[in-house]
Write a protein that binds this ligand. Structure first.
Ligand code: FAD
Length: 346
């Protein structure tokens, strides 16, 4: 079904940059803090306000905390019907607010929740949406939002504009944008609203929440990631990677080759179709450095690569490279680090 395009709008009526906050069980998702960081830059460039919209229930303190990250205003829509996520409820509240207040730009996290509501919102508002963006900029000539995302399997980057409709909407990949920094002193404004929302607006009924029993790994926020690639040869090869990760207080990552081989769960995959990471230290063990892998880790502060092939492309990207067999290099590193009392990144 084609969305109805909003043809009779005056672009000048639309102002401000909005971030649609994401929360689960009352906890703000880290992608929201990343979007505030990016939204702040766009708003400053345009000379507009940065507004964060939060749907929830009994979340005043979290709503107020968002101001400390640099929002000019937080609109907190409170209702018991917004305590848990529902597609109908969240889309209705966000769409009503966007129609009424007319933001120029709307940013949503490209998470499972954001990917659910983003396209529905765009269709209801009769505007476009660029999904899974990795870069946002303002066009110096006409102040339009330039939304960049990988296309054709990551072989080229496409920059997309939304010239005729408003708001300009984008879902943004988690882990790509830099997080806003929490600051104690604030000058922002908090607006609490009671949205027009009734039970009949929500077609789904929440029976129960079953927590995922799988141990969650948090690659996005990890300060150190130790990743394994096909050079590990077997699933058992990850034992060494895990040991190094435990020794340095890091999290285990992986290339897609190992996920496809069934050596490790997909939640560990780093890269274009996995998670984007920007740790202080990324250690790549037996990973060649394919462009799709680099897309997910090249923003790491320091990259260490261990590979037996001196011509492996990962050596073009790393800060420190060790040419050698990982089965010899990793045990030596583990032993050396363990012999120190503490491991600290400087
Ligand atoms: P290989 O490329 O096979 O490299 C293995 C490396 O190990 C080699 O450099 C070799 O020299 C080294 N090695 C072998 N033995 C040893 C040893 N004993 N000691 C030390 N080094 C050794 N890939 C991702 O990782 N993430 C993604 O999100 C992703 N998305 C993709 C999306 C698309 C649309 C496509 C087409 C591909 C994607 N890929 C992704 C796959 C990507 O192109 C590569 O195939 C993959 O990253 C290769 O994984 P690898 O480096 O582990 O394996």
């Amino acid at each position: 079904m084609r969305a109805k395009v909003n043809q009779n709008i005056s672009l000048g009526d639309y102002q401000d940059v909005w971030v649609l906050a994401e929360q689960r069980e009352g906890e703000i998702a880290s992608v929201t803090i990343e979007l505030i960081g990016e939204g702040r830059k766009l708003a400053d460039h345009l000379g507009r306000d940065l507004v964060v919209v939060l749907n929830g229930y009994q979340m005043e303190r979290e709503a107020e905390r968002l101001l400390h990250y640099g929002a000019d205003r937080v609109i907190y829509a409170e209702s018991p019907l917004l305590k848990h996520f529902s597609t109908d409820g969240y889309v209705k509240v966000f769409a009503d607010l966007i129609r009424e207040r007319k933001p120029e730009i709307v940013l949503v996290g490209a998470t499972s929740l954001g990917r659910d509501i983003g396209p529905r919102l765009a269709a209801r508002l009769g505007t476009g949406l660029t999904a899974d963006c990795t870069k946002l900029e303002i066009d110096e000539e006409d102040s339009k939002l330039l939304m960049t995302r990988p296309a054709f399997g990551g072989n080229l980057m496409a920059t997309i504009v939304c010239p005729k409709n408003r708001p300009q909407m984008s879902t943004v990949r988690p882990g790509v944008m830099e997080k806003a920094v929490y600051q104690e002193e604030i000058s922002g404004e908090m607006e609490r609203i009671a949205p027009e929302l009734e039970e009949k607006d929500i077609r789904t009924h929440l029976e129960m929440i079953i927590p995922d029993e799988k141990k969650k790994i948090n690659l996005t926020d990890a300060k150190i990631v130790v990743s394994g690639g096909r050079g590990l040869k077997t699933a058992d090869g990850f034992a060494l990677v895990r040991e190094l990760a435990d020794t340095v207080g890091g999290v285990v990552g992986s290339s897609r080759a190992c996920v496809e081989a069934g050596w490790i769960d997909a939640s560990h995959q780093v890269g274009q179709t996995g998670t984007t990471v920007r740790p202080d230290l990324y250690i790549a063990c037996g990973i060649s450095g394919a462009i799709q892998h680099l897309a997910g880790m090249s923003e790491s502060k320091y990259i260490v690569a261990i590979n037996k092939d001196p011509k492996a492309p990962i050596f073009e990207e790393c800060d420190y490279g060790i040419v050698g067999d990982l089965r010899k290099v990793l045990p030596a590193m583990i032993e050396e680090i363990k012999s120190k009392k503490t491991f600290e990144l400087r």
